[in-house]
Write a protein that binds this ligand. Structure first.
Ligand code: SF4
Length: 253
């Protein structure tokens, strides 16, 4: 199976409605399981199913992983880990801010209707039970533990996607990204500097430069030095993709 096999099934319109931006990038990310097939609004349901069935490990591995993660957190005391995670525990559930909204998790389910990727990220965050306080020291993805292995994917799937969206409609983009519990940041040399919180203890420092006749818009994302206490770089890549998806979707209106 190659990206080209998947590309042939796509509409090949390069319309930019998905976070990958082009059909070939979408095919590559599908094959790496970095993006859900549902992100392409141009595909009909039958073709989506056909593509899903073509992908390696097709089937419900994500659902199985969700169940595994629920088993791994089954004995965790939410009251003990909630503060470290920046959440709130009440009775038998944990409330966590995710992508600018409250999400309630029990030991066996979510109260909200969530995308499967979002469920996986939240459960991994809980399972890791990080507790370090934020250091306010910002580091690049490539400088994180094992970051060099996935830094190119992170740049393509997250930083370039955000730069492209920023370049298309910067006012709309800023309005939407700030809804991820975001705020303007001072003291950085970018055109716009923002701190957003896709998860309470995982701030992203998003630095944006508008393009001109010579240069395309650019984006750089930095992380608090404690970030791998909460998610490893693989999961962080998926969290970055989830941020792109959230800004691109109707969840933030
Ligand atoms: S939304 Fe679909 S058609 Fe448009 S660029 Fe992405 S994959 Fe191609």
């Amino acid at each position: 199976m190659t990206p080209l096999d998947i590309y042939k099934k796509l509409p090949r319109k390069n319309c930019g409605k998905c976070s990958a931006g082009t059909c070939m990038a979408f095919a590559v990310q599908l094959l790496r399981r970095m993006i859900p097939v549902s992100e392409c609004p141009e595909l009909d349901e039958l073709t989506k199913k056909e593509i899903d069935a073509m992908l390696p490990g097709a089937g419900d591995w994500k659902e199985r992983r969700v169940q595994e993660l629920f088993q791994q957190i089954a004995d965790m005391k939410f009251a003990k880990i909630s503060e470290g995670l920046g959440g709130v525990s009440e009775n038998d559930f944990l409330k966590i801010r995710y992508m600018g909204r409250d999400v309630i998790v029990t030991h066996s389910d979510f109260r909200e209707d969530l995308d499967i990727w979002d469920k996986l990220l939240i459960l991994m965050y809980i399972k890791n039970a990080g507790e370090k306080p934020l250091s306010d020291k910002w580091v690049a993805f490539r400088d994180l533990k094992d970051g060099i292995i996935r830094s190119e994917s992170f740049h393509e799937a997250c930083e370039l996607s955000l730069a492209r969206m920023f370049g298309k409609d910067y006012r709309g983009f800023l309005e939407r990204i700030l809804k991820l519990d975001g705020k303007e940041a001072q003291g950085f040399s970018a055109g716009h500097s923002l701190i957003i919180y896709p998860l309470p203890k995982i701030p992203f420092l998003v630095l944006l430069w508008p393009g001109d006749e010579e240069f395309a818009p650019d984006c750089k994302i930095l992380f608090d030095a404690t970030v791998t206490d909460f998610l490893d770089v693989e999961a962080l890549l998926y969290l970055g993709i989830a941020v792109v998806r959230a800004i691109n979707s109707k969840i933030i209106s």
